[in-house]
Design a binder for this molecule. Structure first.
Ligand code: PMP
Length: 459
């Protein structure tokens, strides 16, 4: 067999996630990334990049951390794998669960491990089903999510995801899933409506949906503290307070999807702590290992656990070969040690403030910018054809993807978020002030380039 180059092998043999299959097979990879240190990446042609997205909102402690590599090396030699089925155990996931529970606080008591945010949200739906079956309420199974929520891509978690493009191709959502409006001020608030009034209206919408469905059929509500891939949508004041009042009234569980926000990105160990959520279940992934290896989890509160463990009969009939993988847990333990010892959660908050200030200076007054928003070390800029009142660009113009591409040409990696002309920023917590300034300057130059192209196209 002849050896081909990695770039050629990728073009010919890899079926890429969230990529255009036709174009990839003809044009190949946009970049083949070969090396990373801190916030910086290098590709196979020697080009340098600043990664303003920490991969996919996940490489929180930055690339190339020896402490995590060493922990993986040691654990692979000591015990590369053993499973957790039938009450077998290994040490790293046990020690990690103790740390996760200590940091989650509230009434959280157990961690069920998985491999990805998507499979962890599937686990959530199984836990919710089992919980209500055991309580003798088999009809209480519907789960309400939000438009623009991103909860994953498996059949169940893609159903929770509130992005129509991710449903149409696969005949989703599943019949027991519903969606309510996102707390998306720019497009969903009425003119003159303040945060509290907007929040109250969204809570009323949820209340009306639960009543219309029948509260005895609605099991859970799932929400990210800040909606990430759906547009970096920060909840308005009073939102989760009002939502949780409705959930409590109707005995509906709250699942906090903290796949992005868990482990520091919002300046707290959990985003729930920042926005006053008191979840019954929490989904984690990404930042728990800073994506050095895959690991996810569902954190279960005492209220739910008591029902799942209420008697000696039966076995929880769910688990992955790689649930509680000792390598994932070893990486997570080393990662959490770095987050703590280097004060990275406080740093994420500080660098987030710097980033948002830079973005506001560079973008807020631009005629094509509808909003600069964010919280912690997550931020976004949304582009509009007209500002007041805001009018969307024709989606065919592909404004955000073009700006992301023009940024990439300047060595800055951002992301265009689906169904909104929005680009996002979510750099590693170790990002420096100079790197933030370079990211924002490069993105602003990219906007100027695309704005010029749009003017010429319209002429
Ligand atoms: N939930 C949230 C909030 C996410 O942001 C993501 C991934 N971006 C997921 C779930 C799905 O995680 P994964 O891609 O690991 O399946």
């Amino acid at each position: 067999m002849t050896a081909t180059s990695p770039v050629d092998a990728d073009r010919r043999f890899v079926f890429h996630p969230f990529s255009n299959a036709y174009r990839h097979e003809r044009e190949g990879a946009t970049a083949m990334v070969v090396r990373g240190r801190g916030t910086r990446l290098e590709d196979a042609d020697g080009r340098q990049y600043l990664d303003a997205m920490a991969g996919l909102w996940c490489v929180n402690v930055g690339y190339g951390r020896e402490e995590i590599a060493d922990a993986l090396h040691r654990q692979a030699l000591e015990l590369s794998y053993f499973h957790g089925f039938s009450s077998m155990a290994t040490a790293p996931p046990a020690l990690l669960a103790e740390q996760i529970i200590a940091r989650a606080g509230g009434s959280m008591t157990k961690v069920f491990y998985g491999n990805s945010g998507s499979d962890a949200n599937d686990t959530q739906l199984k836990i919710v089903a089992s919980y209500n079956n055991r309580r003798g309420r088999p009809e209480k199974k519907k789960v309400i999510s939000r438009d623009r929520g991103y909860h994953g891509v498996t059949i169940a978690s893609a159903s929770l995801t509130g992005l129509p493009a991710m449903h149409a191709e696969f005949d989703l959502p599943l019949p027991q899933i519903r969606h309510v409006s996102a707390p998306y001020r720019l497009w969903n608030a009425e003119p003159g409506e303040d945060d509290r009034a907007f929040s109250a209206r969204l809570a009323d919408e949820l209340d009306a949906m639960i009543r219309a469905e029948g509260p005895e059929t609605v099991a859970a509500f799932i929400a990210e503290p800040v909606q990430g891939a759906g547009g970096v949508i920060v909840p308005p004041e009073g939102y989760f307070e009002a939502i949780q009042r409705v959930l409590r009234e109707h005995d509906v569980l709250l699942i906090a999807d903290e796949v992005i926000s868990g482990f520091g990105r919002l300046g707290h160990w959990f985003g729930s702590h920042r926005f006053g959520l008191e979840p019954d279940l929490i989904t984690i992934a990404k930042g728990v290992t800073s994506a050095y290896v895959p690991l996810s989890g569902t954190i279960v509160s005492e209220r739910v656990w008591k029902v799942l463990a209420d008697g000696p009969e039966g076995v929880f009939q769910h688990g992955y070969t790689y649930s509680a993988h000792p390598l994932g847990a070893a990486a997570a333990l080393a990662n959490l040690r770095l987050v703590e010892e280097e004060g990275l959660i406080e740093r994420a908050e500080r660098q987030g403030e710097t980033l948002r200030a830079l973005l506001r200076d560079a973008f807020a007054d631009h005629p094509l910018v509808g909003e600069v928003r964010g919280a912690g070390l997550m931020a976004a800029v949304e582009f509009v054809a007209e500002r007041d009142p805001a009018v969307r660009f024709d989606p065919a113009l592909q404004v955000a993807p073009r700006i992301v591409r023009a940024s990439l040409d300047r060595g800055i990696i951002t992301r265009a978020l689906p169904a909104a002309d929005t680009i996002s920023f979510s750099p590693p917590f170790v990002v420096t002030d100079d790197e933030l300034a370079d990211m924002v300057a490069g993105t602003r130059a990219a906007l100027d380039q695309v704005a010029g192209e749009l003017t010429r196209e319209r002429a």
